[in-house]
Design a protein. Sequence first.
Length: 123
Amino acid sequence: MGSSKPLRKFTRISIKIVAAVVAGSKRMVGGVENISMHGLYLITDQKLPIGTEAEISIALDDQPENVLTVSAKVTRVTSYGIAFEFGKIDIDSYVHLKNLVALNIGDENQVNNEMESFITESK
């Protein structure tokens, strides 16, 4: 019997925050069910085709400088929502996302190791 590898490369955290999504002329707002350094799952009754490119903005608090903005692509659609894989992310948003995930899992080294493994495998 072969060794089993975990399917997910990034730790997901459950979180209750709101995200705004713009995909072409379509705009939607939904609740983030979970987020990782590589993507998120948005609770929404709206649908987008798999592969659709989108811009996602997440206000982390009421301060305008604490908005995480990322380009993403739809990877899965369910009856409850949409899974997005992150693409381009600016450095400030990356730092906000890293801090959010690290704070919630309680281990910044784990987040760093996951990103290092991802970058190494992507080469």
